[in-house]
Ligand binder design. Structure first.
Ligand code: RIB
Ligand code: CA
Length: 322
């Protein structure tokens, strides 16, 4: 049975990898991209979402979302990782903004969840501002969503603690207040953080093979990932890139790829550990416990990276034949 999803995204090179993965997989019905600031400005992110829709003839809706975090000062686009406009060296020309849904992203999310109760998975691969705004405007969405799958955070598993700071992952650091409200809401959240996304690796050779074997999608991903791989090579000394946003889509397609751990999750809201994510896994009683009343959520702590890479390649290669 196909699964309806909405991807809340800041496109973004690895966002594009995730979006085409979802578009390509026969078990996924990609209803919409809701955009959020992050890797790029909101205008460039929305433009990139429209560009992919046109280039790959997709049916998804595009709704534009938040241009800044709820409370903290904006960090600004991640030009060093994703380039001036979000797609590396590729600058998508201005797209037709008439194709953007008239509603803000948070309202689009509310309306879709209400129209399809229990059916839609929200896959959030950028800062969590749109999801938080949707929760504020319509708390009942917690009853209507099927599940919320998030690429974000880092819990120290497998030695992974942070990428933008020593103890924070980018999506959570971009809007820690939004993330804390999403993790403490009473809905089922699965967190695919650096603990697992940095355990999977698209080598330069793997992306080269996709270029040869996965048709236009493979060629496009190879082209946009050039800039990304330059960052990984220059700054991290790696010949390839971690598999961040596609891992969240992989979870929706095949949850068995991941091992999950249960427990309430909170976010450090300011100070030197701003954006740090912490899961309480013990049952000890404490005099002060900010986790006490938060619902238990699932954090991914292990991944079958070989199977994930095979799934991704197989999906894109088959898509390339269509
Ligand atoms: O930390 C990785 C995440 O930050 C990914 O979602 C990437 O696209 C950026 O948004
Ligand atoms: Ca992203």
């Amino acid at each position: 049975m196909t699964q309806k999803i909405i991807i809340d995204t800041d496109p973004g090179i690895d966002d594009a990898m995730a979006i085409l993965f979802a578009e390509a997989h026969p078990d996924i019905e990609l209803l919409a991209l809701t955009t959020v600031f992050g890797n790029a400005t909101i205008e460039n992110g929305t433009n990139n979402a429209l560009y992919l829709k046109q280039k790959f003839n997709c049916n998804y809706d595009v709704a534009q979302g938040a241009d800044k975090p709820l409370t903290r000062p904006p960090v600004g686009p991640t030009v060093i990782v994703h380039g001036e406009t979000g797609f590396g060296h590729l600058h998508a020309g201005p797209m037709d903004l008439d194709k953007v849904d008239a509603r803000p992203a948070y309202q689009y999310i509310i309306d879709q969840l209400k129209a399809h109760p229990g059916e839609i998975t929200l896959v959030a691969v950028g800062p969590l501002t749109n999801l938080s705004l949707a929760l504020q405007a319509e708390p009942q969405i917690t009853q209507w969503v099927k599940q919320v799958v998030i690429m974000g955070g880092a819990f120290g598993e497998n030695g992974h603690r942070g990428n933008v700071t020593p103890f924070a992952e980018a999506n959570i650091h971009d809007d820690p207040h939004a993330a804390d409200s999403v993790f403490t809401a009473d809905w089922p959240v699965i967190i695919i953080g650096l603990d697992v996304t940095e355990e999977s690796f698209f080598s330069a050779d793997y992306l080269e093979q996709l270029k040869d074997d996965a048709g236009e999608a493979g060629r496009f991903l190879h082209e946009v990932s050039r800039y990304y791989l330059e960052f990984y090579s220059d700054k991290l000394g790696l010949a390839g890139c971690h598999v961040h946003d596609p891992s969240a889509v992989a979870y929706v397609i095949n949850p068995a790829l991941f091992t999950l751990r249960n427990g309430p999750v909170r976010v450090v809201l300011d100070g030197c550990a701003e954006g740090m994510t912490l899961q309480k896994t013990d049952t000890r009683l404490h005099g002060h416990d900010e986790w006490e009343h938060a619902p238990k959520q699932q954090v991914a702590i292990q991944v079958n990276d070989t199977a994930l890479l095979e799934l991704y390649r197989h999906t894109l290669v088959e898509y390339g034949k269509s």
